[in-house]
Design a protein around this ligand. Structure first.
Ligand code: GRF
Length: 190
């Protein structure tokens, strides 16, 4: 069984979507760890409620944070899924899990990397945007794209309504993409 760790800073809706897909038998994996840089984040609360065995807050003001993440995750997971994780992943964590760290980003990468990507697409007057799952590399949202879903920008959209529809797509795309990559052997137990 593939062991997944989820790292997040926010509400944890993507964590919940992954957990729900596992519970429904649609995703053949287990969530073995959830880590957040925010002490009272929704993701930590949802993870405790879901009974994830290893739920941890790690303070990113700690200079050794990447090494602490390696310590917390080595031997505990085969794949790291970033889901609303507002921190940059660097070595040694990056090098400890080569091509085993993925992220979900709310734009059609390579367009609009970085913060508030849906607001950037909205302000630019795009007709559509979406979400992307990609490998994590040294850059910010620059790693190879794995899967994308397009979301039209409607005439009466606001940044908020657009973001809500993108997040719906994220919650659909993330578990399904993980299952596809587990089924085809791209991600296998370490
Ligand atoms: C998602 O919209 C994701 O694209 C972005 O942060 C949000 C996280 O939401 N990077 P949640 O914490 O999974 O609810």
């Amino acid at each position: 069984m593939l062991r997944i760790a989820v790292l997040g800073s926010g509400e944890g809706s993507n964590f919940q979507a992954i957990a729900n897909a596992i519970a429904a038998g649609e995703l053949c994996a287990e969530i073995t760890a959830v880590i957040s840089d925010r002490v009272n984040s929704g993701i930590l609360q949802k993870a405790r409620k879901a009974g994830v065995p290893h739920v941890l807050h790690l303070d990113h003001r700690d200079a050794e944070i990447q090494a602490r993440l390696v310590g917390a995750l080595t031997g505990r997971c085969d794949l790291i899924c970033l889901a609303g994780y507002m921190r940059i992943v660097r070595p040694p964590l990056l090098t400890a899990f080569p091509r085993r760290i993925v992220n979900i980003h709310p734009s059609l990468l390579p367009a609009y990397p970085g913060k508030d990507a849906w607001k950037q697409a909205f302000a630019a007057g795009e007709k559509s945007t979406g979400c992307s799952i990609h490998y994590v590399d040294e850059g910010i949202d620059t790693g190879q794209v794995i899967a994308q879903a397009e979301v039209p920008i409607l005439p009466d959209d606001t940044p908020k309504s657009l973001h809500a529809r993108i997040q719906q797509q994220e919650r659909f795309l993330y578990p399904r993409t993980l299952q596809r990559l587990i089924a085809d052997g791209t991600f296998s137990p370490l």
